[in-house]
Design a protein around this ligand. Sequence first.
Ligand code: BTN
Length: 327
Amino acid sequence: MSKKLEHEDILDLFREHPGTFVSGEEISHKLGVSRTAVWKKIRLLRDLGYTIDAMTSRGYRLVASPDALLIEELRSGLETRTVGSELVFFDETDSTNTRARELGDQGHPEGTVVIADRQTAGKGRLGRIWASPAGVNLYTSLLLRPPILPFDGPQLTFISAVAVARAIRDASGLAPTVKWPNDVLLRGKKVAGLLNEMNAETEGVRYIILGIGVNLNMEADQFPADLRYPATSVALETGESVSRLAFARTLYRHLDQLYLTYLDQGFVPIVSAWEELCDLVGRQVEVDCQRRVLRGTVEGLDTDGALLVRTADGVQEKIMAGDVKPL
Ligand code: BTN
C-alpha cells in the first residue's frame, strides 16, 4: 500500500549491485524499458538528489542517496519486525495522525507507518498546533493494535517517549530527558512532542495511533513566536544537521524493540526505562491540571502511567492529565 515511486525499480536494481556499475543494457533488459527510458529514470534520480556515476563503457553506479524521506530508501534500511509493515509517505498532508486513523479504520495492519515531509494542520496536545515546515523535521504516526484494554491505552505514550529519547541520543550524542506525559527535552527545551489517539470499545482497543513530531533541523526563526515551553531542534543543540532518513530508521528500530518488550513483558520495563530518562523524579514541580494547580515532589509513574506527586502536606496525588513545570 506504500506509494510506489516511479524510480523504485531502478533503485532496487542498484541495491542488488552495491557500489558497482550496472550496464544500461542490463537495466533496460531487467526493467523491460528502452535505453531512453533508462536515461530518463537516471535523470529523475539525479533531480531527486541521488548521485549517480555514468561511464560510457560500464553503465551506471549509485554513489549516494539524498536525505529525503523517500519511502523506498527507508524500507531498504529498516531493522524491524512490526513497525513499518506498511509505509505511507506524503509530501504534504494535514496531519499524519488523521491519515493513520483513516488507515486504522480501513483495517490496515499493525505497524503501518505514515510519514509526511510537511503538515498543514499538525496537531499538538490540547488542541494546539504543531509547527510542521517542509524538509527539516520528522512527522510520523504509527498504527498499533495491541491486545489491551482501553484503560491501558495511555501506557503506549511512554513507549514512544523512550523510543524518541533513545533515537535522539543516538543521533546527537547528547542525553535527552522526558517530561510527563509526552515531551522529550534536550538541555531542558522541548525537542519532540507525542500525540496518541485511540479508537476503542469497552472490551478492547481497535487501534492506537502514536503520533510523533521531532524537531531535527529546524532553525530558530521557524518556531512559532507564542510557544508555551522553550523549544529547540537537535541541530540547534549540536550545531550539525541530522539525516532525517537515518533518524527515522533508528526511531522505528527503537519503537519496534520497545513495543515487542511491552507485548512480552508488560508495562513494568517501559516504566523503568522512562524513569531512567526522567530527571524530574525527586524534584519539585508545578502541575497545571486545568481545574487546579498543585505543587509537590515527583515520585515516579504509577502502573497505569499516571504521575505520582507528593504534596507538601504528605498526600500522594495521582495525576492523569496536566502540564508539568519544574520549579
Ligand atoms: C504536543 O507536544 O503537543 C504533541 C505534538 C505531536 C506532533 C506530531 S507530528 C506527527 C503527528 N501528527 C500530528 O498531527 N501530530 C503528531
